[in-house]
Design a protein around this ligand. Structure first.
Ligand SMILES: [Fe+2]
Ligand SMILES: [Fe+2]
Length: 276
């Protein structure tokens, strides 16, 4: 069970506009995660939504736009393009922190291990964000110098049940990063930016773990609700992304993250082996 004050703390972190305070408060909460879920803690029966929709705060001097307003694909061959690319990855990592916190606060009554797993991931997302912030600084800029969007947050809030949220957030949104990573690393390496490529490599390795954690808890959530996890995921894929991405699926990475052949086929738009 989840202590009420954890939900209030998460609401505070989400609303926090100061980036440094947001990251520090997340780390503090993650390192206290072991205290979560002990017998004496309980979630009060208030009947109200546990977290509700809380718009994430961003520093006042940042430009927050709609996702479709950020259209141009950064050209990795030049330094400005590489900077923009890393900035957009930093924006995704920052959103990933908040999505993991929402996966905690939106779903009271789950086992303690669930909260600990989500907060472990949130802590690693803070590290990813910081690695990219350092890289941006080295390239002469600062996180927030480019427009950002809240697209991932908006999408996540549309999924209010746990199988849906875990099917979509780690297994569709987060896992997309796996598909693009190799080609970005190659392009960065070809442009002579091995340091940025190494940052993306480290993130890739850890993201496989994140998606695997998502898979574990997604399956558990489905089974508790008598849903066939594979069938349900295929339905989610069909509902979520009728248009296939042109990028090939990172089958190896996805297998390592717990995807089945049927799920990979559904994601790749290939025929899915029928169920018995
Ligand atoms: Fe990450
Ligand atoms: Fe992640």
């Amino acid at each position: 069970m989840l202590e009420r004050s954890v939900i209030d703390e998460i609401r505070g972190i989400l609303e926090e506009e100061d980036l440094e305070r947001k990251l520090r408060a997340t780390v503090k909460l993650c390192s206290a995660a072991r205290k979560l879920g002990t017998e004496k803690l309980s979630y009060p029966k208030t009947g109200e939504a546990p977290l509700g929709v809380v718009r994430p705060g961003r520093p006042r001097d940042w430009t927050v736009v709609e996702p479709q307003e950020i259209r141009d694909r950064p050209k990795i061959g030049n330094p400005e393009g590489r900077y923009k690319l890393l900035h957009s990855v930093a924006n995704i990592e920052l959103a990933a922190i908040e999505l993991m916190l929402m996966a905690v606060a939106d779903f009271p009554g789950e086992p303690r291990e669930y909260y600990q797993a989500m907060l472990q991931v949130a802590g690693e997302e803070v590290m990813h964000t910081r690695m990219l912030m350092r890289r941006l600084r080295k390239l002469g800029g600062e996180f927030g110098s480019e427009p950002v969007h809240l697209g991932l947050w908006k999408t996540a809030t549309e999924w209010t049940d746990l199988p849906g949220r875990l099917g979509v957030v780690p297994r569709i949104l987060e896992a997309r990063g796996l598909d693009v990573s190799e080609s970005l690393r190659d392009k960065l390496g070809a442009a002579g930016d091995d340091e940025s490529a190494a940052v993306l490599q480290r993130i890739y390795d850890e993201e496989i773990g994140h998606v695997a954690i998502g898979t574990t808890w997604y399956r558990a959530a489905c089974e508790l609700r008598d849903l066939n996890p594979e069938k349900h995921f295929i339905e989610l894929v069909q509902r979520f992304q009728p248009k296939r991405s042109k990028r090939p699926i990172d089958k190896e990475g996805r297998r390592a993250a717990g995807f089945t052949d049927r799920e990979i086929a559904a994601l790749a738009g290939e025929p899915v082996e029928p169920f018995e």
